[in-house]
Ligand binder design. Sequence first.
Ligand code: HEM
Length: 196
Amino acid sequence: MAFYRNPKPWLFLICLYPLARLLVLAWTDGLGVNPIEFVTRSLGTWTLTGLLLTLAVTPLRKLSGYGGLLRYRRMLGLFAFFYGTLHLLSYLWLDQFFDWAAVFKDILKRPFITFGMAAFLLLLPLALTSTHAAMRRLGRNWQRLHWLVYPAAIGAVLHYGWLVKKDLTQPLIYGGVLTLLLGFRVFWFYKKTKAG
Ligand code: HEM
């Protein structure tokens, strides 16, 4: 099962690394002085990274001319959603102890939670319609529905930006990468409409 012959199973294993790392750190008492914050933040970071990697597939495919890259997009997107679900669960469970009234209040009170929740809810229909059967059933509407990934990614970056109080370097880097990835799409869209 050489990597270059069939990279998909290897990519799957690589995508499990953030979870495996957290499990090993939990097992070895390596989560630091605030384990809940560590877990929530780590899962949040990997959700955002996964989202950006998913959005990087199309530009990389167009720039490199290697169409095979498209085969990995769904897996990357589903992993981003998987980590997003764990991130949300860690907040609901470890942070709020499933106190739904407190969660609801938090969503209304803290803008970074509002943006995080909005981003997650926008990703939910995409994960639910990620199967080939849903793709066939929805036809052209599948593509339209999956445009929701753009406001979801913008919401996720705003979520991060809003929560950081002092040093905005990290959210700005994520925001810059997202702007670049969306910029490619806008450029190609205008090029296509001009040519057509
Ligand atoms: C697509 C959805 C989401 C993404 C991409 C995302 C991403 C992130 C990122 C990157 C961080 C900061 C990590 C760091 O500091 O290194 C974070 C922190 C956090 N997020 Fe999210 N998030 C999402 C959804 C949510 C949702 C739905 C909630 C809860 C309703 C939530 C609650 C939190 C909390 C409580 C923190 C930690 C805040 C702190 O430690 O002060 N996130 N998230």
